[in-house]
Design a protein around this ligand. Sequence first.
Ligand code: KG4
Ligand code: ZN
Length: 336
Amino acid sequence: MYILAIESSCDETAAAVSKDGREILSNVIATQIAEHRLYGGVVPEIASRRHTENINAVVKEAMEKSGLSLSDIDAIAVTYAPGLIGALLVGTSFAKGLSMATGKPLIPVHHIAGHIASNYIAHKDLKPPYLCLVASGGHSHIVEILDYTKFRVVGRTRDDAAGECFDKVGRVIGFPYPAGKFIDDAAKNGDANFYKLPKPVVNGSVYDFSFSGLKTAVINMAHNAEQKGETLHRDNMAASFQKTVAEILTEKTILAAKDLGYKTIALAGGVSANSGVRQKLSEECEKNGFSLYMPPLSLCGDNAAMIACQGYYDFLAGKRADESLNAIATLSLENI
Ligand code: KG4
Ligand code: ZN
């Protein structure tokens, strides 16, 4: 079964074609990062406009690279939630139009379910049930993957997402947007024990995250240093901050896995590209005898291959949309 998928939830216009879910025939991404970087973050209005300009060419290229024609495609999958509403609307409108014009079924896909599915592409043996840590620019979740289309969120962030924290801290210590990769690179040259940073205590769920206190701590240190006419040691701060985030994410995930009885763990989302997070989680999984699945770096960030893969499982589960499909900015993974 061939699925054409479209993703436009944030600042990447993407299209991909999958065969029977896990095999990717094409995966095209037009990123807008360079333009948003000028403003230090994603400007939603600009994102929508660029999606509108790019989407035709991106879908066309994904079709060409797949070696198929539209008549070979069995269904069209599209990210409809969560994300920037104007950005999502471009993808959903395009997909609805294409579905109506071709008569192909339309599959609505949740963006976070897509990130989770990125591991199915790389690891053919991975199958539910397992526990997944999803850390991206907009979300930080610990999710029980009960089945390919059935999720239970056991931990979530109370404030900033992990990626958002990387980006905000990165801005304060002088890196361009999105700062995650810059912090990752700088951390390789820094001393991770140089700065002592707080690990927040979250009342209520022991699996919930909170990153705003950590962010504020770095901002305060930067301001205090500035007032004294000093500057923070950037590489050391990058390394200390990354180590702290990696520990927070890993500790909660391992705890949840032990408590809930999971021996298989997966990592997904933009922050899954972080070398510190990958290393810390790998070490702890090995210590505890857990199997760990991580996406290749090429599938960590936003892409449509993961939407094409999840779209396949959603299709098998009977999920369909029609011309009434709307984009939704905020939607829990449990309500799809
Ligand atoms: O999943 P994603 O591409 O978009 C959302 O769905 O949000 O995640 C983007 C986030 C950004 O905050 C970016 O800084 C972060 O992923 N990121 C990283 C790395 N690469 C991307 N964070 C830490 N280390 C990285 N190597
Ligand atoms: Zn994403």
